[in-house]
Design a protein around this ligand. Structure first.
Ligand code: AHR
Length: 321
């Protein structure tokens, strides 16, 4: 609890409201949230989830969009500190470079919650908890699906993979690459022949896939995209090159947004590994616990599945993002 909330509470007690329940006396919780940007369908759903949950929980949410830039996130966090919010939450665009600003938050006694992505800091006490997916496991799930697919369909051929990575230095880009490579190492026929960032966006996904196709042409058997948006952009590039996405080039991606399900139903994408953006309700609950001084788990992992094209039509009506 920061000084604002504590002094309001003390004032309420001094004014004779000591017997009222805490919720009736305390000012609404103020959370400062710094979002990465609006780079993908996933991110838009994540922003909506956080804003909706804040409204429902009657939280005073101060929301800042960093437009994919770390310096904007650092500025936003400093402004939340200056405004003496109760809790700071953010989804860090990259993993490193947070020590100084998080030390400032700690010195101001404002607890920090990480959502979606984590940070790499020298002092783990600089944040209270991290709510989000296990990105390494997502990469492994994508790799396992591909190993099975190859075993069933082309066990004796060489498999040339191109990879569209997420934002350089971001948790999901680092971990999804790591998990995927770890699993496909089991079959020496699978080889990543090109790997480049497309910054998690559709437009870059298309642009980089065009360059891959120019360089490697029909040698490409598989595209592994770190998110659905880049896969959707790449599908366009593959079609424009006169090839059939999902058939001539097998496509494996991550997120599980509606756009990916539509692409699977159209036969243009083979599988999506789920990564849930619906973190808002958990964030509001954890922030309330933290502000009230209740203990919270250090790591809260989101539960997710894998959706191959065969289940897409049945699953689409259930998708919330
Ligand atoms: O951090 C989660 C990733 O960020 C999602 O996979 C991607 O779509 C987003 O932009």
């Amino acid at each position: 609890m920061n000084l604002n909330r504590r002094s309001l509470l003390l004032a309420a007690i001094a004014a004779g409201f000591g017997s009222l329940p805490l919720a009736a006396m305390a000012a609404p919780l103020t959370i400062g949230f710094s979002q990465v940007g609006a780079e993908s369908e996933w991110r838009t759903a994540n922003t909506m989830s956080i804003k909706d949950a804040a409204k429902k929980a009657r939280v005073n949410l101060k929301f800042a969009d960093a437009q994919q830039r770390q310096e904007n996130q650092i500025k936003a966090i400093r402004s939340f500190i200056a405004q003496k919010v109760d809790v700071i939450a953010f989804s860090p665009v990259v993993e490193t470079g947070w020590d100084t600003v998080l030390r400032e938050a700690k010195a101001a006694k404002i607890p920090v919650i990480l959502t979606d992505r984590t940070v790499n800091v020298s002092d783990e006490s600089l944040y209270v908890t991290f709510i989000g997916s296990d990105f390494v496991e997502e990469g492994r799930r994508a790799g396992r699906w591909l190993l099975e697919h190859v075993k069933k369909n082309s066990p004796d051929s060489a498999v040339n993979i191109v990879e569209l990575q997420g934002t350089v230095g971001s948790g999901p880009a680092i971990d999804r690459k790591k998990g995927f490579e770890e699993v496909i190492a089991a079959n020496k026929k699978l080889k990543i022949i090109r790997s480049q960032t497309a910054e998690f966006t559709r437009s870059k996904g298309k642009e980089v896939m065009e360059a891959f196709l120019k360089a490697e042409g029909k040698k490409i058997n598989v595209l592994y995209a770190h998110n659905d948006d880049m896969a959707i952009g790449a599908i366009q590039a593959i079609e424009e090159a006169g090839l059939k996405p999902g058939k001539d080039i097998v496509i494996v991606s991550i997120d599980g947004v509606k756009g990916a399900f539509e692409a699977m139903i159209a036969g243009k994408l083979n599988v999506t590994v789920e990564c849930s953006p619906l973190l808002g309700p958990q964030l509001m609950k954890v922030a309330a616990d933290v502000a009230a001084g209740r203990p919270v788990p250090r790591r809260i992992v989101t539960q997710e599945g894998v959706f191959p094209a065969e289940v897409a039509a049945k699953e689409l009506p259930n998708r919330k993002y």
